[in-house]
Design a protein around this ligand. Structure first.
Ligand SMILES: Cc1cc2nc3c(=O)[nH]c(=O)nc-3n(C[C@H](O)[C@H](O)[C@H](O)COP(=O)(O)OP(=O)(O)OC[C@H]3O[C@@H](n4cnc5c(N)ncnc54)[C@H](O)[C@@H]3O)c2cc1C
Ligand code: HEM
Length: 406
């Protein structure tokens, strides 16, 4: 809870801070990276260049202030959980919060100038620390559950035991622990962070990849789509590196599994809806069900550019044989010669996904994964069709959440 005096100051200054939020976070990053260039290796350079991370951080601090002052009633548990899981997968430590807070407060001061009286500065410092405490507590719990000390040492070495082409620009990496130790279990829907040292002394970058294989196996699998730069933008740093530089026998540094969204929630009917590379959590869910609950009713509704771009197609046919109650519904934007999915296995339509045609079993739990506009459309339709909001989980393959933050 904000103190009464700070609540009044935050309510009065929220509009001006909100209006300058992007400028403030822009200055915050510039200051912080000048003082601590080593942090450039921790933050995602692609997000910095496109401003996506700026928007996420600015939006979350300002929205949290709105929540504390009662202006914004968004459910905060999901948002804080999401950030904490992401932070834990990056090895963020409690000791880094004062540094971030100091630079954020200095950036507010720099952008808003004389408007930042000592009283205003103290009130926003309080907002920052209330949010920081929530996150630090959650992250401490996550580290404990994963058997980690919370000192940032989240990385362990994994050997690439195999690289499998899955579709145009998509490969899977099968990974085993270098030390021969046990393979940590995970819940379908969880992801690992992968840290790579880029060539030419360009430093380190970290990205998250959903585990696409079965939990409780003797290996992990991730499936990576190569991101090509379009309109003059550079190619994706890490996906390109993984595609071009990583081969069987190489070592990758991975975090333990994190992620608050289960792709197998509940024990009744399940609806998995994905687009493009967003299929990876659903693949883990289906592999898991095939091994543990083959009779569970499950629908996979998947949209892709065409059959050639659709990763794991052959695997889906095999899973269909193991999951008698699996219904596969596919949408391909374009036709290709290679589309030989047997009609007995999947119903295939041409064009964009038609949310109203997605089979919806009664009382289903839903998991969505794909681009934000895709998920927004599909979720909107599912809500209209009566699915309660708390039954719809979703994963975003980047920073941010759906517009209503739920
Ligand atoms: C929880 C989670 C799970 C995920 N699971 C998967 C998964 O299973 N499989 C998968 O393939 N991906 C997954 N992702 C996405 C993955 O983490 C990466 O974001 C993705 O591989 C792209 O990373 P990159 O380093 O290749 O691209 P980046 O270097 O991060 O670039 C991203 C985009 O920014 C653009 N960009 C970069 N610099 C600039 C610039 N200067 N100007 C303009 N544009 C620029 C690039 O062109 C590109 O389009 C997941 C993400 C999350 C958060
Ligand atoms: C109250 C304090 C903080 C807030 C509100 C905050 C907020 C956020 C948010 C909203 C995201 C994006 C999550 C997502 O949707 O994926 C994020 C990611 C991240 N945060 Fe924080 N954060 C805080 C503190 C810190 C600290 C102390 C560090 C350590 C230096 C840190 C480092 C990162 C990194 C490296 C990422 C991922 C960046 C990326 O992918 O570009 N954060 N944070």
């Amino acid at each position: 809870m904000l103190s009464e005096s700070s609540a009044a100051v935050v309510t009065a200054t929220l509009p001006v801070v909100r209006a300058h939020a992007d400028q403030i976070t822009g200055r915050f990053y510039a200051r912080m990276f000048t003082a601590h260039p080593e942090l450039l290796n921790l933050f995602n350079r692609g997000n910095q260049a496109t401003g996506r991370q700026q928007a996420a951080l600015a939006a979350s601090v300002v929205a949290y202030a709105g929540h504390l002052t009662g202006v914004d009633a968004t459910g905060w548990t999901a948002i804080l959980d999401r950030i904490a899981h992401k932070h834990a997968s990056l090895g963020i430590t409690a000791g880094q919060y004062p540094l971030v807070g100091r630079h954020l407060m200095a950036a507010i001061d720099e952008v808003l100038g004389a408007a930042v009286t000592p009283q205003v500065a103290a009130a926003w410092d309080e907002v920052y620390w209330l949010m920081a405490c929530e996150l630090v507590a959650r992250e401490a719990r996550l580290y404990t559950v994963s058997g980690l000390a919370g000192d940032g040492a989240v990385w362990s070495d994994w050997r690439v035991a195999g690289v499998t082409p899955e579709a145009t620009d998509v490969v899977s990496f099968v990974l085993v622990p270098v030390d021969g130790g046990p393979v940590p279990n995970f819940v379908p829907g969880q992801y690992v962070s992968v840290a790579v040292d880029l060539d030419g002394g360009r430093g380190r970058q970290i990205r998250q990849y959903s585990l696409s294989g079965r939990p409780a196996a003797d290996h992990w699998r991730i499936t990576v789509k190569r991101v090509h730069g379009t309109g003059g933008a550079p190619d994706g740093l890490v996906s390109r590196f993984l595609h071009e530089r990583v081969a069987t026998g190489d070592i990758l540094r991975l975090s333990p599994p994190f992620g608050e969204v289960s792709a197998v929630a509940g024990d009744g009917p399940l609806l998995l809806v994905s687009a493009g590379i967003g299929l990876t959590p659903a693949m883990s869910a289906l592999e898991h069900l095939a091994a543990t609950a083959p009779d569970r009713p499950v629908v996979l509704a998947h949209a892709d550019r065409d059959a050639a771009a659709h990763a794991h197609r052959a695997e889906l046919v095999a899973l269909h044989a193991q999951l008698p109650r699996l219904q596969l519904r596919l949408w391909y934007e374009q036709s290709t010669a290679g589309d030989d999915t047997p009609p007995t296995v999947a119903q295939v339509s041409r064009g964009w996904i038609e949310p109203e045609l997605i089979p919806l079993p009664p009382d289903a739990h839903v998991h969505l994964c794909g681009p934000l506009p895709f998920m927004n459309r599909v979720r909107g339709d599912l809500l209209r069709r009566g699915v309660p909001v708390e039954r719809i989980g979703y994963e975003v393959f980047g920073p941010g959440m759906l517009p209503d933050g739920r």
